[in-house]
Design a protein around this ligand. Structure first.
Ligand code: ADP
Ligand code: MG
Length: 395
């Protein structure tokens, strides 16, 4: 599908950028160094922003593929940066500076200016940030997700069908912000106190869910629905067009936030004292793995995710996997991000992960891209674009 067909600028389709790679790529990000904590903000504000090493690693991977990369701050200066830089492509990892759809800001600007960009589009990135809206869609489609209620005030009537213990979290944050063992409440008084704290601290609704007490998994994938035959590395994808990474289990039971994969646990290095155990591939039955992959595909397609995503699951007391949330801009720090841990576990080089995201997006925008045929253990690139050496690995 050519997404440009839907775009109009002043009544005309934007200039088609049919340029062959290499491209001038704007790598759009919000860096931790951009974040100035101000009174009134939550103590973990900016936790979702990226570290310098993350953008430098992505830039290095794209440069090794022959592109010219400019790291661009995704703030109020971005429109002017785009006007001056005139990028052929945007590689977007920006979490957004603020607002109820902040992860959709860069996609919206790219669409306004007719620039192709990686990962999910405006509506999907706005939806996925909002856990309640996403759960409403999943629930309406019959996908399994814990029973829930959203609170915009702490004195709202409570749905009598919600069984204690309950879990309280901000509806539109990530990276475990506002979450820890104290998110678990066992009675109405504690529920109302915690809801009030979330609303006051994060200035957004509180999402209250049935507590899921089983094992926790996260599933990452790259791909889009469609025949993968013409892709840069077609051998990576199944017949539906997806490549699922090995399932990662997170055991936070002995972490700094026991039983909850909260902000404090997520901030630690993998082997640091108090970090959760990361088990990849998770020791699970073939049946559960296939169920997790199938739910991941359905949950991602339900909100129209593109190119890459990661979905968090937790089993309920009966051992059934329940959808927690989808991350349509999953972290891409080569050392610590979940998707990178998964890719590493199957032997996929970081450069392959990053360039596949780029070329999956290029395919959606109908842009020319290189083709790599895997012949046994050898990889041959064509057409003339020189690509880095491909290390063969198992699927
Ligand atoms: N309903 C729930 N029951 C039990 N644990 C939960 C529930 N919701 C969230 N958690 C815990 O909190 C963590 C963070 O929640 P999640 O919804 O994935 O938000 P984030 O966007 O911050 O990652 C989860 O990884 C899980 O450990
Ligand atoms: Mg999560």
């Amino acid at each position: 599908m050519d997404y440009y067909e839907n775009l109009q600028i002043n009544g005309h389709p934007p200039q088609r950028r049919s340029r062959k790679p290499p491209w001038r790529i704007a790598l759009t990000a919000n860096l931790k160094s951009q974040m100035y904590w101000q009174p009134g903000q939550p103590p973990d504000a900016g936790a979702e922003f990226d570290a310098r090493e993350t953008v430098e690693s992505i830039a290095a991977a794209l440069e090794a593929d022959g592109h010219f990369v400019h790291i661009c701050m995704a703030d109020h200066t971005l429109p002017e940066t785009f006007i001056n830089l005139r990028p052929h492509f945007v590689f977007n990892i920006a979490e957004g500076m603020g607002g109820d759809a902040r992860e959709a800001h860069v996609p919206a600007l790219c669409e306004l200016m007719g620039i192709p960009y990686t990962a999910s589009r405006v509506l999907t990135n706005a939806l996925s940030l909002d856990k309640t809206q996403t759960k409403r869609i999943w629930h309406s489609m019959g996908l399994p997700t814990a029973r829930f209620q959203e609170f915009t005030s702490s004195d709202q009537p409570i749905d009598p069908a919600l069984p204690y213990p309950l879990f309280v979290k901000p509806a539109r944050e990530g990276t475990g912000m506002g979450m820890g063992p104290e998110s678990i409440v066992t009675n109405e008084a504690d529920l109302r106190t915690r809801v009030a704290w979330v609303i006051e601290t994060y200035r957004q609704p509180a999402l209250v869910e049935e507590l899921l007490t089983g094992r926790e998994f996260t599933v990452g994938y790259i791909g889009n629905r469609g025949f993968p035959g013409g892709r840069t590395r077609p051998y990576l994808y199944n017949f539906e067009g997806y490549h699922f990474f090995p399932v990662l289990e997170i055991d936070a039971s002995r972490s700094v936030t026991p039983g909850v994969y909260g902000h404090a646990a997520k901030s630690l290095e993998l082997d640091e004292h108090g970090a959760p155990a990361y088990l990849c591939p998770a020791d699970i039955s073939d049946g559960l793995r296939e169920q997790l992959y199938s739910l991941t595909r359905q949950a991602a397609e339900a909100i129209g995710a593109c190119d890459v995503s990661r979905i968090d699951f937790r089993l309920n007391a009966a051992g059934q996997p329940m959808l927690l949330e989808i991350n349509t801009l999953p972290g891409l720090n080569p050392a610590v991000s979940d998707v990178c841990i998964m890719a590493r576990a199957e032997g996929m080089p970081y450069e392959t992960l990053i360039t596949e995201i780029l070329y999956l997006a290029a395919e959606r925008f109908n842009l020319p891209r290189p083709v790599i045929h895997q012949l046994g253990s050898m990889a041959v690139a064509e057409p003339a674009l020189l690509l880095p050496r491909i290390t063969p690995y198992s699927r």
